[in-house]
Design a protein around this ligand. Structure first.
Ligand code: ADP
Ligand code: MG
Length: 271
């Protein structure tokens, strides 16, 4: 069994201080509450939970984009938060993210080639010619033709844009990719293609995925271990088959039960 590559220990994030009624007591709102997870190298680790349960907040903390209010996070041996530019660059090379909305994630004024090369400009000493070769090979990896290099985002479909975002995330050769609802904005038919692509890229490059989705069918396809988040806390965690097919918690059971009515791939639970 491989060593853990992401270690999350007792992590909480509090955003808001809410005033009580009649100027009474004030309470901090926990967005992420005492979460502990370990993700092993090479794993596809799934995080499920309804909207607002704190999944993206946890993802941003693991990316180092936000600081935990308490607890510890370690990513491939780097303790977060990082305190200098060198560590920040190492972290950025190690862990990349693919977001839900491929329309918001790409600069509309920037050609696709330049977007894919951007992390290479910032994180490597590669020359322009080398970056171009790399970008073209990444386009090939994500199943897009070379001519996309000179295209603008508006010329691409949502699925093509998400492929570009995946290529850009892979550019610095990360060990870990956080996928935050990467297919949720895409049509069902396109979702399957992008999921297949993510799965083959994971195998090809030996990547670790921290894969976030509210869609249990997607998690079922891709992940070997699953954690369930509810109102900021991880309430259940274990091997995919255990969590999805033999859930221990009522909440997970309800989640799975609701999913089976409109999704493929989730068998009816035994009573
Ligand atoms: P999920 O990704 O599971 O839908 P989020 O992590 O986006 O959930 O949000 C969890 C909670 O944190 C929500 O209640 C949301 O309103 C709150 N939240 C998220 N980001 C911020 C922020 N920057 N400032 C204040 N509250 C936030
Ligand atoms: Mg989210």
């Amino acid at each position: 069994m491989s060593a853990s590559i992401i270690r999350i220990e007792g992590v909480s994030k509090r955003y808001r201080t809410v005033g009580g009624h009649f100027g009474g007591g004030r309470a901090e709102v926990h967005e992420v509450k005492d979460v502990s997870l370990e993700i092993r190298a090479g794993q596809a680790f799934g995080l499920v939970g309804e909207s607002g349960s704190g999944k993206s907040t946890l993802a941003r903390m693991v990316m180092g984009l936000e600081t935990a209010t308490s607890g510890h996070i370690e990513v491939d041996g780097i303790r977060l938060p990082v305190h200098n530019r060198g560590d920040a660059m190492v972290l950025r090379k190690t862990i990349q993210i693919v977001f839900q909305d491929p329309y918001a994630a790409l600069d509309p004024m920037m050609k696709i080639g330049a977007s894919i090369e951007e992390p290479l400009v910032n994180l490597t000493v590669m020359e322009a010619a080398g970056r171009r070769v790399m970008a073209l090979s990444l386009l090939h990896d994500v199943g897009l033709p070379e001519r996309v290099y000179d295209a603008y985002p508006f010329q691409l479909s949502g699925g093509e844009r998400q492929r570009v975002c995946i290529a850009r995330a892979l550019a610095p050769r990360p060990r870990i990719v956080v996928c935050d609802e990467p297919v949720s904005s895409l049509d069902k038919s396109i979702q399957k293609q992008v999921i297949d692509l993510l799965e083959s890229l994971r195998r090809k490059h030996g990547l670790t995925y921290f894969f976030i989705s509210h869609d249990l069918a997607v998690i079922n396809r891709l992940c070997d271990e699953v954690a369930v988040m509810y109102r900021g806390s991880v309430i259940e965690q274990g091997a995919r088959d255990q969590v999805l097919f033999r859930p221990r918690q009522d909440y997970t059971r309800r989640l799975v039960d609701a999913a089976r009515y409109f999704q493929e791939g989730i068998p009816r639970l035994s009573a």
